[in-house]
Design a protein around this ligand. Structure first.
Ligand SMILES: NC(=O)c1ccc[n+]([C@@H]2O[C@H](COP(=O)([O-])OP(=O)(O)OC[C@H]3O[C@@H](n4cnc5c(N)ncnc54)[C@H](O)[C@@H]3O)[C@@H](O)[C@H]2O)c1
Length: 370
């Protein structure tokens, strides 16, 4: 089965193709789309010899000149120096303005390789081949690319503080690549699907609750349905507000809290796990402000837990440091911290939540007393 979802963008329309076992067809499809040329495959080194090798072989078969490089998918390495090394590899391989970069990996690979594509020779074609659930439903769609930056306050990194909007030429989703994804990473992607459900598709939340086990077992039918529904939510939002001046901000649900804890190494949280805890903190904020019910917040927490996601921090963390990190979030406005909070029907953006309420929300997601 193959699903093609067209996406409109200020930089030109592109397609998201979802098809099982399709990696080996990418080369021919892409040749038909924009003609062959020189391509740099930037692969997550964990899948360089498997999924990325299939992509590279398919490109060569279709007549592309293929160069390859790898990166390590670690937040501490999601920095300008990794972008620099991709630029160096692109230049050494002889890529020009007609060449393309193909990102094969999770959201981290897509963000870093995407930023390299957006900036190399003022921008070359980018093809996203997401191999994690999170990247399939979220990171590969909508053109956000970027890297982390050291915060002025110390050695902690601020999430995605430098980057660019750079729409891909094609997003190629092969759900079979999820078969090698560790369960914890699959669950991490489920957090972003819950986020999409909260914002724009409450039916999706019900489906996820019913199929919680099948999804975690990697059942292809359940995954395909999830991909279709969740990608449609993301597509709808980025088409309506590509540059995040309005509705797209809702996609940051759980992220202002989540970005404060994701870079803390001792917590050892994946992006989706940090977003899961962040959504719980945001839900408690919403209850406190009277824009969600206690029952609504509890249902969200229960769904996340049934999908194997954390709803509290694994270790107690000093709230002063968390507040400090939130103050450097790039979504903030002059008047203070900008939060997205889940309501009974959807989510809202609020710029008026006091420091005291935010601190209280953090106490709700601290580890439960033994
Ligand atoms: N650009 C956006 O709009 C956007 C949206 C959401 C998240 N993000 C970014 O995406 C990143 C998180 O993405 P992620 O969760 O995909 O993490 P990731 O890219 O770090 O990948 C997670 C882990 O899975 C491994 N992996 C990837 N594919 C695999 C496969 N098929 N089989 C086995 N292992 C595999 C990686 O090596 C890594 O260890 C964060 O940096 C986040 O900021 C970006």
């Amino acid at each position: 089965m193959s699903i093609t979802l067209p996406v409109t963008s200020m930089q030109g329309a592109y397609e998201i193709v979802i098809a099982s076992g399709s990696l080996s067809r990418l080369g021919h499809h892409l040749a038909g789309l924009r003609g062959c040329g020189h391509v740099l495959v930037v692969a997550d080194d964990a899948i360089a010899d498997t999924h990325a090798a299939v992509v590279a072989a398919s490109l060569r078969d279709a007549g592309w000149a293929v160069s390859e490089t790898t990166l390590q998918a670690q937040e501490s390495l999601k920095t300008m120096s990794t972008v620099q090394s991709i630029w160096d590899d692109a230049l050494a391989a002889g890529l020009n303005r007609d060449s393309a970069i193909i990102a094969v990996g999770g959201g981290l690979t897509g963000d870093v390789a995407g930023f390299a594509a957006a900036t190399y020779m003022r921008g070359i074609d980018l093809i996203q081949v997401p191999t994690t659930l999170l990247a399939m439903v979220d990171a590969s769609i909508g053109g956000k690319t970027g890297v982390n930056m050291p915060l002025p306050s110390g050695d902690q990194l601020g999430k995605n503080l430098a980057g660019a909007f750079w729409a891909p030429t094609l997003v190629w989703v092969d759900p079979n690549t999820l078969q090698t994804l560790p369960l914890r990473e699959l669950q991490s992607g489920l957090a972003e699907c819950v986020k999409h459900g909260v914002i724009a598709d409450r039916e999706l939340l019900k489906v996820m609750m019913v199929h919680a086990e099948a999804l975690q077992d990697g059942n292809l039918e359940a995954i395909l349905d999830l991909l279709d529904r969740s990608i449609k939510v993301k597509r709808g939002i980025v088409q309506a507000d590509e540059r995040e001046t309005g509705e797209r901000m809702l996609l940051n649900l759980g992220h202002t809290f989540g970005h404060a804890i994701e870079p803390i190494e001792e917590l050892d949280l994946t992006h989706g796990e940090a977003v899961s805890i962040g959504m719980c903190a945001a839900a408690w904020c919403a209850v406190h402000l009277g824009i969600n019910s206690q029952g609504g917040a509890e249902e969200l927490v229960q769904l996340l837990a049934s999908l194997g996601l954390p709803t509290r921090l694994p270790k107690s963390i000093d709230i002063d440091g968390l507040w400090d990190a939130m103050r450097f979030d790039k979504k903030n406005v002059e008047s203070g911290v900008r939060l997205v909070l889940p309501t009974c029907e959807s989510a809202v953006v609020r710029d008026d939540v006091s420091e005291q309420v935010v601190r209280e929300a953090w106490t709700h997601v601290m580890p439960s007393p033994a």
